[in-house]
Design a protein around this ligand. Sequence first.
Ligand code: ADP
Length: 191
Amino acid sequence: MRLIIMGPPGAGKGTQAKTIAGHFGIPAISTGDIFRANVSAGTPLGVEAKRFMDAGEYVPDEITNLMVRNRIDEEDAVPGFLLDGYPRTLQQVEELDGMIAFTGHSLDTVLVLAVDDEELVQRLLQRAQSEGRADDTEEVIRRRQELYNEQTAPLIDVYRERGLLLEVDGMGEVDDVTERLFEALATVHES
Ligand code: ADP
């Protein structure tokens, strides 16, 4: 099973991704987490990515695409995966199509969490306090939202046209959102 979860920064993708991936026994692959792990470990990839992340900018497509390609080539991702935070640009959509087609599979579903922009800023500022992420200042959060609206939101239409989109209300309690996601998935997959 090959899934994508999308939504603006702070929509709660990471939390939901882990639950859904766990349920289906596939890895949740978060590009943000992989970048952060590389930054912590001080790898060349991390050094390169950090400049962009700290400013709330997207890491260039070539770097991100290669990283995802390597990750989904790993053993645990052979039966499938849930991508969290990728693709974020039209170019990444094309790359991903190529990667999946190469293995003879296809994308099953794209989940989208719909959340209100102002509520998001508040959530992210709270997360900044509890987790201390360097890119959770108000200015950087606004920039990430702007980029999302400009570059990533258009992907929703692309996947809708392909008939892959499942849009779910991402507001409210985490468990309620999880339940909505599983209900939506049950309409297309046996779970
Ligand atoms: P959020 O969705 O809350 O902004 P993530 O943890 O998904 O946070 O991503 C953090 C940062 O990592 C992004 O702001 C960006 O700099 C970088 N990043 C993650 N995924 C991608 C991607 N697919 N393309 C480009 N940059 C990315």
